[in-house]
Write a protein that binds this ligand. Structure first.
Ligand SMILES: [Ca+2]
Length: 422
């Protein structure tokens, strides 16, 4: 969500970690780390956003490793008690058994030097038959409420369903780290990286949001502690849509109108919250998420020059039409646009790059998770869910089918990789 680079990164690789943690529960930690590293390297986009999850199956033994509480926790709690009018003893009790989790620290380390993100690999992790089948079922089970929400917010049903699928496979991978302990680990004991200080500030702020959120709902010792200690991703993201505590406070919605926000157990709350988040972050009803380039080599070359990797719509669609990059369409010429580059390095040192034109709704999805790979995966998975393309088809094939144009491939060799797209 509105979070940081690292959060995004975490979230991007999260489903992979979930997948492997459950498999590796009985294996030794060395094997775990090797596979974890491989999954990180193969799937992580460079600029991803907020959160992550982990397997909700039995906890692997490595997760029980822990360290003592940081010394600076006590003054932090005193400050929170004063700021938010929470009895200090309740706060202290709720953190009495809090633990730093070494695994969480390992999971936020940057990828190994030389790692190159790969769009095709990334996409294949998210757009696959199992997630698609689960998405169809989730949509069917909640069809009426999803449609009502789409009508109310202007966010299409398939986009809402897509996000919840990409996040957690509809609740299958919501994570089983203590949110309290994950956020305490990252807020007080972030690994020694250049951005350590900024990250600690951010995670301390999320921990504060968690405290506020839990106290608001449960101003009594036992339920308060239980709320803090609820399970989530190793970055502290919660529930079906993997909202960070701060996003729950600011953007979550009580969809089923039972007076509580429960993103873990209420599909309606999750659906309404995802749609509200996108609406608040600039979703434009009826506008596509992205446009394909024109199917000629020159369009991709022009796009390459304009691509800067930043999730900011600083271009205007009319200019891209004038430059023969996209077809003229019904959208106004001043529609904010950006070039999205999605590189797939190959074994021979070349890089095939898929370019698309992102529009305002692409940016809204980037607010959820600041990654081109993430946003484009959500967009293309929504196309699969709505039946525009099959789960085994790529969007490029869809384009060829719809334009019935020549077989010229829309790809270029990327000449430099100074950008930080996705
Ligand atoms: Ca509710």
């Amino acid at each position: 969500m509105n979070l940081i680079y690292v959060n995004q990164l975490l979230k991007t690789i999260n489903p992979l970690i979930q997948k492997y943690t459950s498999k590796l529960a009985t294996k030794n930690s060395k094997a775990y780390l090797v596979i974890l590293t491989v999954s990180f390297l193969s799937a992580c986009a460079s600029t991803p956003s907020h959160n992550t999850a982990t397997s909700s199956s039995a906890e692997p033994s490595f997760m029980t490793e822990s360290e003592e509480k940081p010394d600076s926790l006590e003054p932090y709690l005193k400050n929170l008690a004063q700021l938010h009018h929470i009895p200090l003893t309740d706060l202290q009790n709720a953190f009495q058994d809090a633990k730093t989790i070494p695994t969480v620290k390992k999971l936020v380390l940057p990828p190994a030097p030389g790692f190159k993100k790969n769009w095709k690999v990334y996409r294949s992790r998210f757009i696959e038959p199992r997630r698609f089948a689960a998405g169809q079922q989730f949509w069917k089970n909640n069809r009426r409420f999803i449609q009502q929400t789409a009508d109310k917010t202007g966010v299409p049903a398939e986009v809402i369903v897509s996000i919840i699928g990409v996040e957690t496979i509809y609740g299958k991978n919501m994570g089983n780290f203590s949110v309290r302990d994950s956020l305490m680990t990252l807020g007080f004991n972030y690994p020694e990286t250049p951005n350590k200080k900024a990250r600690e500030t951010l995670f301390k702020s999320q921990l504060e949001d968690l405290v506020v959120l839990c106290w608001k709902e449960n101003p009594k010792a036992t339920p308060f502690k239980k709320c803090l200690n609820q399970s989530g991703s190793y970055a502290g993201a919660i529930g079906l849509p993997q909202f960070m505590p701060g996003s729950i406070l600011r953007f979550a919605v009580d969809g089923d109108l039972d007076g509580k926000i429960d993103l873990r157990n209420s599909p309606e709350d999750a659906i309404a919250s995802v749609a509200n988040f996108l609406k608040v972050h600039g979703w434009v009803k009826g506008e596509p998420v992205y446009l394909e380039l024109k199917d000629h080599e020159g369009a991709a070359e022009s796009a390459r020059i304009l691509a800067d990797g930043a999730p900011v719509a600083k271009l205007q669609l009319g200019d891209l039409v004038a430059q023969n990059i996209v077809d003229k369409n019904e959208l106004p010429d001043n529609t904010p646009s950006l070039i999205v580059d999605l590189p797939s390095p190959d074994k021979n040192g070349g890089t095939e790059v898929r370019y698309v034109v992102g529009l305002r709704n692409f940016i809204a999805i980037c607010e959820y998770n600041r990654s081109f790979f993430y946003a484009q995966s959500v967009a293309e998975f929504s196309e699969v869910l709505s039946g525009e393309i099959s789960v085994t088809e790529t969007a490029a094939k869809k384009k060829k089918k719809s334009t019935k144009s020549s077989s010229t491939k829309n790809k270029t060799k990327k000449k430099s990789s100074t950008k930080t797209s996705s």
